[in-house]
Design a protein around this ligand. Structure first.
Ligand SMILES: [Cu+2]
Length: 175
């Protein structure tokens, strides 16, 4: 598992690709997965583009913003970039936005064992408005969605185990 500095970035990307490939093929090879169709069914219609919002995360386990604002039903395009250097298996980050009625303590408890689905348990998918992929170092992902039509405060977190508890959380305020 040692890389020279010249091959570190390529190696990390390769490992990430292999890991995600393994995850996919092992779930495909096993019993028919209930989570994939369920996740699709719960996804609402998506806009083709939206107002760009740039999030960053790093090895200090902080988002660059803990509060964002939107108007009801506004199309948003949220990008998360992991600027850290620690490998994904020990320091992955994602950005997960929930409905206002999410039971976060229950989510945190269940998500800790949901590594195979990027720490988003299938049972909580109906409460997820939008979520990026789980990102390793120097990776980036964009998710485009409509803000809720109902004004209110919608929590977002990083669902990697332990990260919400140390501050990787915030709110989308729809007003
Ligand atoms: Cu994180």
């Amino acid at each position: 598992m040692k890389h020279t500095s010249t091959t570190l970035i390529l190696g990390t990307a390769l490992v990430a690709a292999l890991l995600s490939g393994c995850g996919r093929s092992s779930s495909d090879a096993g019993a028919p997965s209930a989570s994939a169709p369920a996740a699709k069914a719960s996804e609402a219609a998506k806009p083709e583009s939206g107002r760009a919002i740039q999030f960053t995360a790093n090895d200090t386990m902080k988002f660059n913003m803990t509060e964002i604002h939107a108007s009801p039903g506004e199309a948003l395009s949220v990008t998360l970039t992991n600027e850290g250097t620690t490998p994904k298996f020990s320091m992955g980050h994602n950005w997960v936005l929930f409905t206002a009625d999410i039971d976060l303590p229950a989510f945190v408890q269940e998500s800790a064992t949901a590594a195979a689905t990027d720490y988003i348990p299938a049972s909580f998918r109906p409460k997820v408005i939008a979520a990026t992929k789980l990102l390793g170092p120097k990776e980036s992902d964009t998710v485009t969605f409509f803000a809720p039509k109902t004004p209110g405060r919608y929590p977002f977190i990083c669902s990697f185990p332990g990260h919400m508890q140390v501050g990787m959380k915030g709110e989308l305020i729809v007003e």
